[in-house]
Design a protein around this ligand. Structure first.
Ligand SMILES: NC(=O)NC(NC(N)=O)C(=O)[O-]
Length: 350
């Protein structure tokens, strides 16, 4: 049995686990496989990467257009639920439930169950679901999963209405197991804007040979961002996402530093002489011999960095915790960091 605790709703800072990877985001392959009802707005919206929007005065033929999953007011016994397949299976550290803009129609309670399924499951294709509910055939197909018996990662808990100051609820999950699927229950019905499942990917390395070339920094292979200096326009965890970035919002983008001199000077190698630098630290998904590094500045045309440097080190879990929690990576471990790539100019080709 896993345990979970509510962190808080409201305007306080979000818990640490939101620095991890969202394992159900549509951009990493998260998928809704089944939902009891999608009348006002389809469950796929839960997994969108962007923040929820509200469009005043926009109505569909089913009611007010909403950016989230919203079921109809139930007039039959039971409650609504959906099944979500993780894009990246892994260990779950917490949930972020955002009821943004669902005020008189938010789901008042939720619970979350999880499963680690070995085989690929095939359910009827969902297609465009707005204005519909699961058919008898859908229910028959999903019954085979026995999802009502999956382990509870979060017991039934109250949510808070979707006003800016109350819409965010965070729940810690205390489980070391690997999960592939989630059942999200809402009681009895209503709307949720976004559902994020934060954690660390876990893959099976047994089929991987010692000379295979693998992306040790891919979130699908278990890497995670441990710290950074600035994430003003984009979080550095985007660097370890799957595939190429869709747009500039899918990259790491800092604010322009204010400590740069008013007139910039470069050295003979074209490296601008500025007082500081931005940085981010990742734990690799697996220790390994690094033979190739790819830096992709896709979409950053007027704002890619002038130069970069890559360092690496080997840390035990205890050392990592000390650096991360106590020192926030401010103090480097003497002689532990080795330069993999010295400061070099980032060339722009477009
Ligand atoms: N104004 C509403 O949002 N009404 C209903 N919801 C939508 N989306 O129309 C409802 O009450 O559940």
């Amino acid at each position: 049995m896993s345990s979970s605790t509510r962190d808080h709703g409201g305007e306080q800072p979000a818990p640490e686990f939101v620095q991890m990877n969202n394992l159900v985001c549509e951009s990493v392959g998260g998928k809704v496989l089944f939902a009891t009802d999608d009348w006002f707005a389809a469950a796929e919206n839960l997994l969108k990467k962007g923040d929820p929007e509200f469009k005043t005065g926009l109505f569909t033929e089913y009611g007010k257009w909403m950016d989230g999953w919203e079921t109809r007011r139930k007039r039959i016994p039971g409650h609504d639920w959906c099944i979500i397949e993780l894009g990246v299976p892994g260990v779950i550290h917490g949930f972020h439930v955002d009821t943004h803009f669902f005020t008189g129609n938010y789901a008042p309670r939720i619970s979350v169950q999880g499963a680690c399924l070995q085989e690929n499951i095939s359910l009827p294709t969902r297609g465009d679901r707005i204005g519909s509910a699961a058919t008898e055939e859908d229910f028959k197909a999903v019954e085979r999963l026995h999802s009502e018996k999956w382990e509870y990662l979060l017991e039934m808990t109250e949510l808070t209405p979707g006003y800016a100051e109350s819409c965010h609820s965070y729940f810690h999950v205390n489980s070391k197991e690997r999960w592939t699927h989630i059942r999200l229950n809402i009681y009895p019905d209503g709307g949720i804007a976004r559902f994020k499942v934060y954690g660390i990917g876990q893959r099976d390395w047994s089929s991987c040979g010692p000379n295979d070339l693998e992306d040790l920094l891919s979130m699908a292979n278990g890497s995670v961002c441990l710290g950074y200096s600035d994430a003003h326009y984009g979080h550095p965890r985007n660097l370890i996402g799957l595939g190429r970035a869709a747009d500039m919002g899918d990259g790491w983008e800092t604010a322009r530093r204010l400590d740069r001199p008013p007139i910039l000077k470069a050295n003979k190698n074209g490296i601008l002489q500025v007082p500081g630098n931005e940085w981010t630290v990742f734990r690799l998904g697996h220790p390994g011999l690094i033979t190739h590094i790819e830096i992709d500045t896709n979409h950053f045309k007027g704002n890619s960095p002038n130069s970069c440097k890559i360092e690496a080190c080997i840390l035990t879990a205890k050392e990592e915790e000390e650096e991360n929690i106590k020192n926030k990576w401010a103090v480097t471990l003497e002689n532990r960091w080795k330069t993999l790539l010295p400061v070099m100019q980032v060339l722009l080709i477009f």
